[in-house]
Ligand binder design. Structure first.
Ligand code: ZN
Length: 193
């Protein structure tokens, strides 16, 4: 149930500070878009989810995941001499393996887990907006972008922490063992030559 996180960085025409404008009170502002409700996909098998998650997948079979691209961009502030760093979430998709039918206990369990990942993304956005740039004498947009990228990586760790061994263990035993019943036979069959 690991989220597949892709970090897509855009640094289009890294701006330089404009001359002639007054200095900004806050030379670097951090903004973040609101993560909209992800598109829901219930059409793929657990094996297909594993393949889609690729390198981002954790241990075990993917029962569901949230895939969202994060995009960072740096723009000049318009009314004063400073920069704005913007975090965007691109094409969020929430998938639940089709082996778990809608209305089943396992479907509800995995949905609740994935929706927690979505809420963690929203919390990450809130914390991103509250960032302050620590080096006012280094206002190059490449340095600002590098700082934003490091901070985003640090904040994203909350997603990995949520996928704790305890959370995985809960999935194996919840719903009277429904998840291993629904998922494991297909996996075992796929290994049969
Ligand atoms: Zn997870």
């Amino acid at each position: 149930m690991k989220p597949a996180l892709a970090l897509l960085l855009t640094a289009i025409g890294l701006p330089t500070l404009a001359a002639g404008l007054p200095a900004c009170v806050q030379p670097v502002r951090f903004t973040a878009a609101w993560l909209t409700d992800p598109q829901f996909d219930h059409s793929k098998s657990a094996a297909e989810l594993d393949a889609l998650a690729g390198a981002a997948r954790g241990p075990g079979t993917q029962l569901g995941h949230v895939v969202v691209k994060t995009q960072l961009s740096v723009e000049p502030q318009t009314t004063c001499n400073g920069l704005t760093v913007r975090l965007d979430f691109v094409q969020p998709v929430l998938r639940i393996a089709r082996e778990m039918p809608a209305g089943s206990c396992s479907h509800a369990l995995v949905m609740a887990h994935e929706q927690t990942h979505v809420r963690i993304h929203q919390e990450i956005a809130r914390q991103f907006r509250a960032l302050t740039y620590p080096w006012p004498d280094r206002l190059g947009s490449d340095a600002v972008l590098k700082y934003a990228r490091q901070q985003l990586t640090r904040l994203m760790d909350a997603q990995r922490q949520f996928d704790s061994p305890q959370e995985y263990a809960r999935g194996r035993t919840a719903c009277a063992g429904e998840i291993p019943r629904l998922i494991t036979p297909a996996q075992a069959a796929s290994r049969t030559p």
